[in-house]
Design a protein around this ligand. Structure first.
Ligand SMILES: Nc1ncnc2c1ncn2[C@@H]1O[C@H](COP(=O)(O)OP(=O)(O)OP(=O)(O)O)[C@@H](O)[C@H]1O
Ligand SMILES: [Mg+2]
Length: 405
């Protein structure tokens, strides 16, 4: 449901229009229906800055009321994608839609979106109250309506006691809440947030993360949220879109991306510490097929046999997550290897082991009760169902290729 101030309902009733009569933007008001879909769609969208392709042929459908996180390393095109939704950046090719409406040529102010930036850019000489109200005053929203919205945003964000203060009298977290408030009072169909937590310290980031999640549950507005932090992406997103170098890599729920990454990039980007990767060679065939690399020998799990193919000698990249390794001899359905542990990082409930395996550095996260000592040779075990295989050239996950074929 889209909630916002709009004279349309009232006026439609007065004029006896059918509820679904479309009114163009030129009329200055739109009919807002309760079930209006605040979807955002990229249809083959490309954005170039001269030689740089910031966003490359992006197709992505963001659903109504969804909390979609756009994540990827610095420079991958996240902010550019967001700015194209806001109308702050022109589209080079393709189509951007909000709801059913193509917005490529629509002015930012007519798009019914509100953006929260990394730098909260509050007006320093204005009180919190005036900062919240300012955008509405510019839009000539009637005063009682402004007061209602400011009061509601202040309540949602717990800013009630701070309304008369100036921004410099606020902590970083409080300032960021005012910046969020400024977006909330707009009552937009879609919130766009570009790394809104990156100026906060670690503890405040965790708190504000939860606040934004709560806000989403409460407002049920579509949110497109940009971050380079995979932990933020995993904890906040109902779905995550992973980008790299302008290209969309995979879209899915946090669990889908974690369990079934489509390629090596996503596998290495999602999850912390990052997945271990080892170049291995396929030996033997059928039941005897195994992946080998120096001291490692993993039997090839049956589910991956079809994916790897019969080609003995084929090179593959094996991937396994640090948290799926454990100390001890392998049990049924597991494989194992024995290796030297050179560094142990104690984390309280867990410990992080840095393992040396021939040329490779591997990381394992195990129960601190294992009490591994630096320099010790440890027997590690790994459930075979947690093993991922990737093509060394394309980086594509082999199991998923087989499943798609
Ligand atoms: N106005 C511009 N002119 C030229 N190149 C630009 C412009 N804006 C962005 N770029 C380039 O487009 C690419 C994508 O930039 P973008 O800001 O979207 O990345 P990002 O994913 O948001 O990165 P970060 O995590 O660092 O904010 C980068 O190579 C960047 O240098
Ligand atoms: Mg950015």
């Amino acid at each position: 449901m889209v909630r916002r101030y709009d004279g349309g309902h009232v006026r439609a009733a007065l004029l006896g229009w059918p509820a679904n009569r479309p009114t163009g933007p030129a009329s200055g008001l739109r009919l807002i229906e309760d079930d209006e879909m605040a979807t955002v769609t990229f249809d083959r969208v490309t954005k170039r800055f001269g030689e740089v392709i910031a966003v490359n042929d992006l197709s992505l459908a963001i659903e109504n009321e969804e909390f979609l996180v756009l994540v990827g390393p610095s420079g991958c095109g996240k902010t550019t994608a967001l700015r194209m939704i806001a109308g702050l950046e022109e589209v080079t090719a393709g189509t951007v839609l909000i709801g059913e409406r193509v917005v490529n040529d629509l002015a930012p102010k007519d798009r019914d979106v509100a953006m929260v930036f990394q730098s909260y850019a509050l007006y320093p000489h204005m009180s919190v109250r005036d900062n919240l109200a300012f955008g509405l005053k510019l839009r000539h929203v009637p005063r009682p309506e402004i007061e209602r919205r400011v009061a509601e945003a202040a309540k949602i964000l717990d800013l009630g006691g701070l309304l008369e203060r100036k921004p410099k009298q606020l902590s970083g977290g409080q300032r960021q809440r005012v910046a969020l408030g400024r977006a909330i009072v707009r009552e937009p169909a879609v919130f766009l947030m570009d790394e809104p937590l990156s100026n906060l310290d670690a503890k405040l980031r965790v708190q504000t993360r939860a606040e934004i999640a709560r806000l989403h549950q409460r407002l049920r507005t579509t949110i497109v949220y940009v971050t380079h932090d995979q932990v933020e992406a995993m904890t906040m997103g109902s779905r995550i879109a992973v980008m790299n170098a302008g290209l969309l890599q995979q879209v899915g729920t946090p669990r889908e991306l974690y369990d079934r990454p489509l390629n090596r990039f996503v596998a290495g980007f999602i999850g912390s510490p990052a997945m271990n990767f080892v170049a291995m060679r396929l030996e033997g065939a059928g039941e005897g097929a195994a992946l080998v690399h120096d001291g490692l020998r993993f039997p090839l799990p049956p589910r991956l046999r079809g994916a790897v193919g019969p080609l003995s000698g084929r090179e593959v990249v094996a991937g396994f997550r640090p948290e799926h390794l454990d100390v001890g001899p392998p049990e049924a359905g597991e494989t194992g290897f024995s290796t030297a542990c050179d560094v142990v990082e104690y984390l309280g409930n867990q410990e992080l082991l840095h393992l040396r395996l021939a040329e490779e550095d591997l990381v394992a996260v195990v129960d601190a009760a294992a009490a591994v000592r630096p320099g010790e040779t440890v027997q590690m075990r790994l459930p075979l169902e947690k093993l991922h295989l990737f093509d060394p050239e394309s980086g594509l996950a082999l199991a998923n290729l087989a499943a798609a074929a």
